[in-house]
Design a protein around this ligand. Structure first.
Ligand code: CO
Length: 295
């Protein structure tokens, strides 16, 4: 990795962590979920970065990918709230997440994913096998009597690549892939009171552009141009409806039918278990030193 790129990564990581901290401070009873996310994204731009994906807040049994449309009326009361924030500078991504317990009833669940993340980070070296990381995450979460979410995982971060290799499992999956020098990746344990398996739940509002195809509608053509400016990074419906009006929905539908988009529906625990999350982005530098970029 070149020094210049490492500097951009470090800056993205720092801003991601500042934006997460800022957002954490806004999540309070009676605050609006939509308003909190808008403020976080505005802050990311003020910090001189861009969202690497739409900031997301998933509550209770939803583990990931909940992103509100403009008519979303969710108000915080006593939810368990997972906040996931990613930023990029010139395509170099920092990704981090935290859980806030507004119920006051899930302290152990929050601790389980947080400690799983800390314990995982403490064993990561150049040449650690990803299954070893998964094993530590699994043990840390099971110690509290909860289930690690097995079909969600940490992930490599490439330039403009939000889900690159390697995959970092949240359990011992036997994958012998090794952490190498120059790798950037997010470690992302989820702990569940339920099945520890998530499934699609509800309507997707998060997408990314997978491949380009000729489109018919002028509005779809216009929006396709906008999507290209994201360089393959995820976006959300309301970013488009705010800029292009309600017609953006027609375009999204057409693009989905053509198979142009990756679609990320909200993911909920199969047995409606409550889910907590913690996440940091790490870099193993050219000397093999492990750096937590979002610390
Ligand atoms: Co992530």
């Amino acid at each position: 990795m070149q020094q210049e790129d490492i500097e951009k990564l470090k800056e993205a990581g720092k801003i991601a962590s500042q934006a997460l901290e800022f957002g954490k401070g806004l999540i309070k009873k009676n605050a609006s979920l939509l308003d909190v996310l808008d403020k976080i994204e505005k802050k990311i731009f003020e910090f001189g970065a861009k969202p690497a994906f739409p900031a997301q807040i998933s509550c209770n049994h939803i583990a990931a990918h909940y992103c509100p449309d403009d008519d979303d009326k969710t108000i915080f009361s006593n939810q368990l709230v997972c906040l996931d924030v990613g930023v990029h500078i010139d395509g170099f991504i920092g990704d981090n997440a935290v859980t806030i317990d507004l119920s006051g009833k899930h302290a152990d669940l929050v601790k389980a994913s947080k400690e799983a993340l800390e314990n995982a980070i403490s064993i990561i070296r150049h040449e650690t096998a990803v299954s070893e990381i998964g094993k530590v995450i699994q043990a840390s979460i099971q110690k509290y009597g909860f289930a690690p979410v097995r079909n969600l995982s940490g992930h490599g971060l490439a330039r403009y690549g939000q889900h690159a290799k390697p995959s970092i499992p949240n359990f011992d999956n036997g994958d012998n892939t090794k952490i190498e020098k120059g790798m950037v990746f997010a470690v992302e344990p989820f702990a569940s009171t339920g099945a520890g398996i998530v499934q699609d739940s509800g309507i997707a509002t998060v997408f990314s552009l997978e491949n380009k195809k000729p489109v018919r509608n002028p509005i779809t053509r216009e929006i396709l141009k906008e999507l290209e400016s994201y360089n393959g990074l995820p976006f959300t419906t309301r970013w488009l409806t705010r800029k292009f009006g309600i017609r953006a929905r027609i375009a999204l539908r057409e693009m989905q039918q053509l198979g142009i988009l990756n679609v990320y529906p909200p993911l909920a625990d199969k047995d409606k278990g409550i889910v907590s999350q913690a996440e940091h982005t790490l870099l193993v530098d050219n000397d093999g030193k492990v750096i937590v970029l979002t610390a």
